[in-house]
Design a protein around this ligand. Structure first.
Ligand code: SF4
Ligand code: SF4
Length: 352
């Protein structure tokens, strides 16, 4: 019986780092795996991406990857809770042997399977691995996976590979699976790169069998359900007092005038932070460029241009939003209305 309810999962994940999450729920995770008498096996595929998400995950600290693989074990078996059978950037196998590992994962000789996809899916011919189009690798793996996680902006929403003019027809995993008629839920973990803590927490939660509430874009609400400008940013009091920095750097002022898109970004970056909780974009003196959102980067470019705001923002024509948040002309709504528009008109719904 899992002791982690949906409600406390939401609360705790929002507040906890991966280390605290794992230590609090290690017993639950081990019991979940023991009850099913099954290990979880991971196949991590890389499409059109810079591999920054693998690096971000590999550099997750406290616990780091080695701790995850060696210290969080099931009972007295000595085996980790999840085995990365195939993870092409860091697994020791290469060539034919590596491909055999992938095929064995697909055959599912034992255990349950998590498919992790990093990078966008392109039109046929642009990404070929071991003589087979990446699209085929993804389709075959998705068809047999028990859970699917897309890591990083490219795998979730297309990211930089899908930016205008998108000559390779790059798209996010969910869109690709929809086109292929594969009706399986995808847990989307955007950001550029993915936050390593997000990966550790969500993989652990999947293994535990926790119910993960997703928003309309497939993102876990516990991680992406909060607007960073409204509720999380430490510079918000300065924004309210009209204290802004005028150029990038570590000055003591809100980053709005150098292009901060925090008002339209839904992410826990300010509380989760990066590199062992050292810092994050805004704290490092840069604007948030909203890499948590669908439509990035086009919809949020230019990055260092001020978000149209009241009073200049008065006059945004909602029908122009599809082309981007800049260049709007008619009268009517402000930052908060734009934010609602960017999030879409539909009500949020659970999909996993
Ligand atoms: S505009 Fe950016 S830096 Fe300023 S309060 Fe909002 S999120 Fe923080
Ligand atoms: S703070 Fe903004 S730009 Fe930086 S990682 Fe988070 S969503 Fe992306």
């Amino acid at each position: 019986m899992m002791s982690l309810t949906r409600r406390n999962f939401m609360k705790l994940v929002a507040a906890m780092g991966a280390s605290a999450f794992l230590s609090a729920y290690k017993g639950d995770i081990v019991r979940a795996v023991e009850a099913k008498k099954d290990y979880w096996h991971i196949c991590w595929l890389n499409g059109a991406a810079c591999t920054g998400c693998t690096v971000s995950f590999a550099q997750a600290s406290n616990p780091d990857l080695v701790q995850i693989l060696t210290e969080i074990i099931v009972g007295t078996s000595g085996l980790p809770i999840a085995l990365p059978d195939y993870m092409e950037t860091i697994h020791p196998a290469s060539g034919t042997l590596a491909e055999k590992l992938k095929e064995r994962w697909k055959a599912g000789e034992k255990g349950k399977r998590i498919l992790v996809v990093e990078g966008a899916v392109q039109k046929p011919g642009y990404c070929v691995v071991a003589g087979k189009d990446f699209r085929e690798h993804v389709r075959e793996a998705a068809e047999v996976a028990d859970a699917i996680v897309a890591v990083g902006q490219c795998a979730t929403f297309g990211g930089i590979p899908a930016a205008n003019p998108n000559p390779t027809g790059a798209m996010g995993l969910s869109e690709f699976l929809r086109e292929e008629g594969i009706a399986k839920p995808v847990i989307n973990l955007p950001l550029c790169p993915v936050n390593g803590e997000h990966v550790v927490i969500i993989l652990s939660a999947v293994i535990m069998g926790a119910k993960i509430d997703l928003d309309e874009h497939g993102r876990p609400k516990a991680l992406f359900g909060t607007n960073m400008h409204d509720e999380l940013c430490p510079y918000r009091p300065l924004y309210d007092r009209g204290v802004f920095i005028e150029e990038p750097g570590n000055g003591d002022g809100c980053r709005f005038k150098i292009g901060c898109k925090g008002p339209v970004a839904f992410t826990d970056c300010p509380s989760r932070r990066w590199n062992g909780k050292t810092s994050y974009c805004v704290e490092a003196g840069a604007p948030c460029i909203a890499c948590s959102e669908p439509g990035w980067p086009d919809k949020f470019s230019p990055f260092y241009a001020e978000l149209p705001s009241i009073p200049s923002f008065l006059g945004l024509n909602p029908t122009t939003l599809g082309a981007g948040i800049f260049g709007a002309t008619a009268v009517g709504i402000g930052v908060h209305a734009v934010r609602r528009k960017l999030r879409g008109e539909k009500d949020e719904q659970d999909s996993y």
